[in-house]
Write a protein that binds this ligand. Structure first.
Ligand SMILES: CC(C)(COP(=O)(O)OP(=O)(O)OC[C@H]1O[C@@H](n2cnc3c(N)ncnc32)[C@H](O)[C@@H]1OP(=O)(O)O)[C@@H](O)C(=O)NCCC(=O)NCCS
Length: 190
């Protein structure tokens, strides 16, 4: 079975089982190291008995810049899932769920209001995965992947911004019903 632990820099040599997937973005090395340096508890890996990385999650804690605090799009203190991926051979074994639950516990420990993420509107499997864990669509970001995607085989596309409230949000003030219909442009997302 899988062993779960914090990411270490030498894990970057062992990401290929996960990163060949078309929905898993491969970033510059410095991007991974920034997450490792700033939010080490939100960067977790799952490894198999041979030491291969068969899943990982990268996350961060943030809020919108203070200057936007009166904007309707202002994001209060929250945890963000930047990437979660599981190698094809290891899917449907609960690894993605365990990685995500670990990040949610860290979000609560850091007094976040919610956990959020962006997902392509056609990534049905990931959307089903997030919904199974209690996430719902907060808004649709038009053409979010137009400029952000590095994979030329994927089309320009809208994103769902999905959220799950943390324990702190007892009144459920940071989620909404029918968020699919609430459309914003990428420049409204900070
Ligand atoms: C999305 C992803 C991380 C899920 O990882 P996983 O380890 O296979 O997920 P889990 O086994 O923990 O699944 C938990 C639940 O999510 C749902 N789920 C997961 N994969 C699903 C699928 N392919 N179809 C429908 N529901 C799915 C199920 O309810 C599942 O519970 P069950 O197996 O008891 O029915 C994985 O499919 C993946 O790496 N996809 C490619 C990368 C990607 O799209 N990442 C998200 C980008 S935003």
């Amino acid at each position: 079975m899988a062993n779960f632990r914090r990411f270490r820099p030498d894990d970057l040599n062992k990401f290929s089982k996960c990163n060949l997937d078309q929905y898993t973005e491969t970033y510059e090395l410095g991007f991974y190291m920034q997450y490792h340096a700033k939010w080490p508890s939100l960067f977790q890996v799952a490894e198999d008995q041979d030491g291969n990385i068969i899943g990982y999650i990268m996350g961060k804690l943030e809020s919108s810049p203070e200057v936007y605090q009166y904007s309707e799009h202002y994001l209060p203190w929250h945890a963000h899932i930047t990437a979660v991926t599981v190698a094809p051979e290891a899917r449907r074994l609960g690894i993605g769920r365990l990685l995500t639950q670990h990040l949610e516990v860290a979000a609560d420990a850091n007094n976040a209001w919610f956990v959020d993420l962006f997902v392509r509107v056609t990534n049905d499997k990931a959307i089903a995965f997030y919904k199974s864990m209690g996430y719902s669509v907060f808004r649709t970001v038009k053409d979010y992947y137009g400029d952000h995607s590095t994979d030329p085989t994927l089309n320009s596309e809208d994103a769902y911004d999905m959220r799950k409230p943390c324990k702190r949000d007892v009144k459920l003030e940071h989620i909404r019903e029918n968020g699919e219909k609430f459309e914003v442009n990428p420049e409204d997302v900070w």
